[in-house]
Design a protein around this ligand. Structure first.
Ligand code: PLP
Length: 283
């Protein structure tokens, strides 16, 4: 069970890993990141994640310090070195460090850090029984920079804190128009009538890698896909709700704000898609 850190390409143990307190990722959340996991020891959809990292960086005016392919090589080297059964990998790029001050030109050398840890998947009970979620109206840093995976997750961390207090495992983010757009670290899907519904990208959500895979699988399964955001009341009236992310894959949401969704257990479509997803990642 190994934890490793890679700073600017150099592998270190967490105890010896040091970055500046003047790093703007620390000072201002001035950073972007990706979360990737392995299946059978191989990083899943690594190129897609790294290309999204580059797009996120570009959207805040940061140029990756090395090509994304090089960051991929460093991540792969680190998971081989860590030799965990399965690894969780967090890849971060900050604007770097410089004198105090918001001016982005104060930092000119972006920093790259990769954290490798043993993968911790959600408990099996979450897949068998589903999870609870609450709806939280909030505004996130990423609302100002659409589709970027920014380092600042404070609004989402606070929403998740409220979820935990309410005995739930995820918070569904509600935008200023009262529409449910995604989870704190997940995309959201609903079964409404005959259709599989998921909010469109232009509403201000992250283009999840898992979301894309699920949309492809749904098409192959013959499901009708509609990209639309629903109100909280409409979501609660859906037959099934599930969230998707690289770490949680596909998880049924069976309670929202304490109210049962459908029959209050993972529905048929969710289970079918999870099975198809797992077969896909195994391939
Ligand atoms: C806000 C947000 N939406 C969606 C996702 C899911 O993205 P992916 O499927 O690429 O892991 C994440 C993942 O962390 C996220 O932070």
């Amino acid at each position: 069970m190994t934890h490793l850190v890679v700073i600017d390409g150099v592998i270190q143990t967490p105890e010896h890993a040091v970055i500046s307190v003047y790093d703007r990722g620390f000072l201002y959340g001035d950073s972007v990141f990706e979360t990737v996991r392995t299946y059978s020891g191989k990083l899943y959809a690594l190129d897609q994640h790294l290309q999204r990292l580059e797009r996120s960086a570009q959207s805040i005016g940061v140029t990756l310090p090395v090509p994304w392919e090089q960051i991929g090589v460093e991540a792969k080297r680190a998971i081989v070195e860590a030799d965990n059964d399965e690894s969780y990998v967090r890849i971060m790029v900050t604007r770097g460090s410089g004198p105090l001050g918001l001016d982005t030109e104060l930092a000119t050398s972006p920093l790259r850090v990769i954290l490798v840890e043993p993968l911790r998947s959600p408990p099996e009970a979450h897949y068998l029984e589903g999870i609870g979620a609450i709806c939280v109206q909030t505004v996130r840093a990423s609302d100002a920079v659409h589709s970027a995976k920014l380092g600042n997750y404070l609004a989402s961390a606070l929403a998740l804190r409220d979820a935990k207090k309410a005995g739930a495992e995820e918070a569904l983010v509600v935008n200023r128009n009262g529409l449910v757009i995604e989870g704190t670290t997940s995309n959201v899907f609903m079964i409404k009538g005959e259709a599989l519904v998921t909010p469109p990208l232009h509403i201000g959500i992250l283009e999840g890698v898992t979301r894309g895979v699920v949309m492809d699988l749904a098409e192959r399964e013959g499901l009708r896909l509609v990209e639309e955001a629903l109100s909280v009341a409409d979501l609660k009236g859906c037959a099934e709700v599930f969230i998707t992310s690289s770490i949680r894959e596909i998880l049924a949401v069976v309670r929202v704000d304490g109210e049962a969704i459908g029959e209050g257990k993972p529905g048929l479509v969710t289970r079918r898609l999870l099975e198809a997803f797992r077969a896909h990642v195994r391939r």
